[in-house]
Design a protein around this ligand. Structure first.
Ligand SMILES: N[C@@H](CCC(=O)N[C@@H](CS)C(=O)NCC(=O)O)C(=O)O
Length: 267
């Protein structure tokens, strides 16, 4: 089994947490979307949306995050010899879908300083054009990606898009806060795949320095966040890249790579 993912990608984090929690082995392929590695023709041919993560088992390829996680759960079940009764309950599935409905992409871009955002967006457009020149047979898919990049910039100029995303997130976290007032984890006293979906959202808020307004204002969520951060899966998938000083190293490495490539005009 192959997983194409990146530590920066929130949906990749969800899938990797599920793999770690369920003890499923896989071959990891890192594809950095900030340096435009997801535009490489090998990846683009497999997945013309260029989005991460992508899960591949032989000829079976899955692009949808929830579908990937459900597939992982089945694999873990088969290898442990369990029965269907141990699959995620309806309530877990409902929470997984509810969390997935919140789109972190615009929200994240809105909270990145304009200087960095503009630089990366220009760099990525150049990467797309360079890849298109190398693989003219994929031109229409690359054009679509280019159009998507311009549409994203347009949306980022619209304050209403941010307001709606913030409201959606606040509603979701309020609901989580109420739920955590009754139980230790999102669904009862056991860690489930619903928690797997929530942890990367909280980690993203911390990365964007929004912990104070979104997490610390909700006491049950604070307690929960401190507890789930102790899990080995969190440390492996998120903590080792983003906890404390590590996040500066991680971000700085990508930033230097982009600066050098840009200086050399190597896209
Ligand atoms: N197929 C995914 C979409 C995942 C997604 O939006 N991935 C983002 C990162 S979390 C991405 O790859 N962005 C890069 C791009 O759009 O070029 C799903 O809906 O489950």
């Amino acid at each position: 089994m192959q997983l194409y993912h990146h530590p920066y990608s929130l949906d990749s984090q969800k899938v990797r947490l599920a793999l770690e929690e369920r003890g499923v082995d896989y071959t990891s392929h890192r594809v950095n979307p900030i340096t435009g590695k997801n535009m490489d023709s090998f990846f683009f041919r497999m997945n013309p949306s260029a989005k991460l993560p992508v899960f591949q088992n032989g000829s079976h390829i899955i692009f949808d995050t929830i579908e990937i996680i459900k597939y992982i759960e089945r694999i873990a079940l088969v290898s442990s010899g369990g029965d269907d009764a141990t699959l995620s309950s309806q309530e877990v599935m409902e929470w997984m879908n509810k969390i997935q409905e919140w789109d972190p992409n615009y929200f994240t871009l809105f909270h990145i300083p304009v200087k960095y955002r503009v630089f990366v967006s220009k760099f990525l457009r150049r990467v797309i054009i360079a890849r298109m020149a190398e693989s003219p047979d994929l031109a229409s898919a690359y054009h679509r990606k280019l159009r998507e990049a311009y549409e994203t910039e347009e949306k980022l100029r619209n304050a209403e898009v941010l307001r709606r995303s913030e409201e959606h997130l606040a509603r979701l976290l309020d609901e989580v806060e109420t739920k955590l007032g009754e139980t230790s984890y999102l669904i009862g006293e056991e860690f489930t795949l619903a928690d797997v979906m929530l942890i990367p959202v909280l980690a993203r808020l911390v990365l964007l320095n929004l912990e104070e307004s979104y997490i610390n204002s909700r006491p049950n969520l604070v307690e929960y966040w401190n507890m789930v951060k102790q899990r080995p899966s969190y440390k492996k998938v998120i903590g080792r890249y983003f906890d404390g000083w590590r996040r500066h190293n991680t971000l700085m490495r990508t930033w230097c790579f982009l600066q050098i490539r840009n200086m050399l005009q190597r896209y």
